[in-house]
Ligand binder design. Structure first.
Ligand SMILES: Cc1ncc(COP(=O)(O)O)c(C=O)c1O
Length: 426
């Protein structure tokens, strides 16, 4: 069809809320592990993995073959009937998720998993008051959008009440103007103030991403999660950890929350669990899960094919040590970006964990260099590299590649970025 015709049909038949990257967008027609190919036969190194989904590589035969085999046997009956794969996947998730997380509910998207996690927290605590972080993103439904702390994604003009936002742990541009560690985690301490001043004193939960993705890859400082959990426990509120973007080896651990030494009460997962197949889940301790006794089912949640994809993904991550790969390649990428930062003033900050790494573009006055970043991303694409963009100021270059990316690939994208920044003389 060609990129131009797709753009035209999108304009005619797709709701205009759905934008797309690039002034001149390619039409992707094929994927193979860390590479993508467009309709004109050009090859690209994918450094965004379809927004942190394709952790195991595009069309990975080890996963696709198992899905195809399952599709030929039994595709769907709904889990109100007995099939085997979803309970095997739930058992596996219980064994790899942190702490006492044990019982899962399967659904299809990250939004749905968060919505379910929030419902469960309400059932358990009998409260409908929630806390969320500024600049967090949790989904598109009424409640998850209301808990999203980025104006650009808050389209609903009448959000749900009973929600309070607290400052996010964004040390590069601290919302409270403090410096870590002298701040004594003032942003976390604020949670107590907000609970006391703006809630009934017993909120259901705080929902937080382990690393804020859309906020611009904001990694909480040491001790932040522990302090948050301590405060929440004091008020009987649960900690819901949103691992939709950070799960499944992305951060160098199976789940990013494992980098922070706290046990979530409820955790949501999606994206990379299916490596492109729609599957998500929320998982909690048995004690919390066991209050969810009224009927609840998702038609497609954990169907035999999606569950097979999940099981194949977990096997692939373990058999190929993708946690180790994320740590090694992530350290290489971070070193390379830090070297570029010392050479190009437009890179104000480099941060991340594993292969979730961001480079924040800033002007000399410290303001977000969003247009400059757009130009860089367009040129990287023209040179054969697909990278992401996020941040409240839309000025963070995001690297979240398939975890099968090679050492030479990382060198290639760093060299291309260096050439572009040098030519523009920023
Ligand atoms: C952290 C986080 N939570 C939830 C969502 C929503 O997931 P989905 O688009 O699968 O509904 C996203 C989507 O990007 C996300 O990044």
């Amino acid at each position: 069809m060609g990129a131009q015709s797709i753009v035209e049909k999108k304009r005619q038949y797709i709701m205009p809320c759905l934008g797309h990257f690039y002034k001149e967008p390619p039409q992707f027609v094929k994927g193979a592990m860390q590479y993508l190919f467009d309709a004109e036969g050009r090859k690209y190194l994918d450094c965004y993995a379809g927004v942190s989904v394709i952790n195991c590589g595009h069309c990975n035969p080890a996963i696709v073959d198992r899905m195809v085999e399952q599709m030929r046997e039994l595709q769907h009956v709904c889990n109100i009937y007995l099939t085997e794969n979803f309970v095997r996947l739930a058992e596996r998730l219980a064994s790899i998720t942190p702490g006492r997380l044990q019982k899962s509910f399967f659904c299809s998207t990250g939004t749905e998993a968060n919505e379910g996690a929030l419902l469960l927290s309400t059932l358990y605590t009998k409260s409908s008051e929630y806390l969320a972080l500024e600049s967090g993103l949790h989904g598109r439904t009424k409640l998850t959008m209301s808990l999203t702390g980025i104006g650009m994604w808050r389209t609903d003009p009448t959000p749900v009440g009973g929600i309070n936002f607290v400052p996010n742990p964004y040390c590069y541009r601290c919302p409270l103007g403090k410096k870590y560690p002298e701040c004594d985690l003032e942003c976390a301490n604020r949670i107590e103030r907000v609970i006391k001043s703006s809630t009934s004193g017993r909120p259901a939960a705080l929902i937080a991403e382990s690393i804020q993705g859309n906020a611009g890859i904001v990694v909480p400082p040491r001790g932040w999660f522990a302090r948050v959990k301590e405060i929440l426990s004091k008020y009987g509120a649960l900690l819901i950890v949103d691992e939709v973007q950070t799960g499944f080896a992305r951060s160098g651990k199976m789940f990013a929350i494992e980098n922070f030494d706290v046990e979530p009460d409820i955790m949501s997962v999606a994206k990379a669990l299916g490596n492109g197949q729609p599957i998500s889940a929320f998982i909690s301790t048995a004690e919390i899960a066991d209050v969810y006794t009224r009927p609840g089912a998702s038609t497609l949640g954990g169907n035999p094919v999606s569950s097979t994809a999940g099981l194949a993904v977990l096997d692939y991550i373990e058999e190929h040590d993708l946690c180790g790969a994320a740590r090694e390649r992530g350290a290489q990428l971070m070193r390379g970006l830090r070297a570029l930062q010392s050479k190009h003033a437009i890179i104000g900050d480099v941060r991340g964990l594993g292969l979730m790494v961001g480079a924040e573009f800033v002007r000399t006055d410290g303001s977000p260099a969003a247009e400059e970043l757009d130009a860089v991303i367009e040129e990287l694409k023209d040179r054969g590299f697909i990278v992401g963009k996020n941040g409240v100021g839309r000025n963070v270059l995001a690297f979240q590649p398939p975890l099968v990316i090679s050492e030479a690939d990382i060198d290639d994208v760093l060299n291309a970025l260096d050439l572009i920044l040098t030519a523009r003389d920023w």
